[in-house]
Write a protein that binds this ligand. Structure first.
Ligand code: C5P
Length: 241
């Protein structure tokens, strides 16, 4: 597998083309950002931790029957994935109220949401990823009706799988964001699943162990990601003292 040109540099990952048009390389960088790129930092080890974390999660999901773009880890910070035609849509599921839901609707923080809430957002930094619904998606042709149904179905199936996986590790899956893309006529889970794109709280203390530590300046960001990884059984080289 030969790495060719940089295709796209996001806020925390860079995507490279390869000599196979059906495959891309994802490079998880040490960069982290919040508030649409307003707050940025470099965090030692983060790229490596997220690359391994993501590989573990994608493999767990594949084993549970979820089709993903993940192929294999190539190096500390790089993984090989299928080249999807990404939909410009973010799918969010919330099991506990917090974050933008609380800001938007004025509801109490930390409520159990039953049934869980599903939301679509348009992936557009300049517009601050506005919330959209099925009608916007159809009218503006961002995805088809069957694709909408498939995104909802997969996102809720992933919720069942991951709520249990995290709960068994003493963690609450508060909410998360997923992105999907087209590949050979099928919709696959793309992008990443790491503590950058979900909220995880310790089940007993409700301590935050995700990117909110960076957003809120709580410190110990990568250490929290490593703690989550350790509890799940993700293989991570032991961190420096
Ligand atoms: O900010 P909000 O409460 O809407 O975020 C919901 C979930 O989606 C959080 O887990 C957050 O980390 C994730 N998210 C994301 N990327 C975005 C927006 C939200 O990973 N652009």
């Amino acid at each position: 597998m030969k790495k060719l040109a940089e295709l796209y540099a996001g806020k925390a990952k860079t995507v490279y083309t390869t000599n196979d048009p059906d495959q891309l390389i994802l490079h998880f960088r040490n960069d982290t950002s919040a508030f649409d790129g307003e707050k940025i930092a470099q965090l030692d080890r983060k790229g490596m931790v997220n690359n391994r974390f993501n590989a573990f999660m994608m493999q767990q999901l594949e084993a549970a029957g979820i089709p993903t773009h993940f192929d294999k880890i190539l190096s500390d910070e790089e993984s090989l994935v299928k080249n999807l035609e990404m939909l410009p849509i973010e799918c969010v599921v919330r099991n506990i109220s917090t974050g933008s839901l609380v800001r938007r609707l004025g509801v109490e923080d930390g409520l159990d949401l039953e049934p869980p809430i599903f939301e679509f957002f348009l992936k557009n930094d300049e517009l601050h990823d506005p919330m959209i619904n099925d009608y916007h998606i159809i009218t503006f042709n961002w995805a088809s009706q069957p694709e909408i149904e498939r995104m909802k179905d997969l996102t809720f199936r992933i919720n069942d799988i991951l709520k249990k996986l995290f709960f068994d590790a003493g963690l609450l899956l508060v909410d998360y964001k997923l992105e999907f893309g087209r590949y050979q006529g099928e919709l696959l889970l793309g992008d990443e699943f790491t503590p950058d794109g979900c909220r995880l709280w310790d089940a007993k203390t409700r301590e935050k162990l995700d990117k909110d530590r960076f957003r809120q300046g709580l410190g110990g960001v990568v250490e929290a990601y490593e703690e989550v990884g350790r509890r799940l059984g993700v293989e991570l080289p032991s961190s420096k003292a």
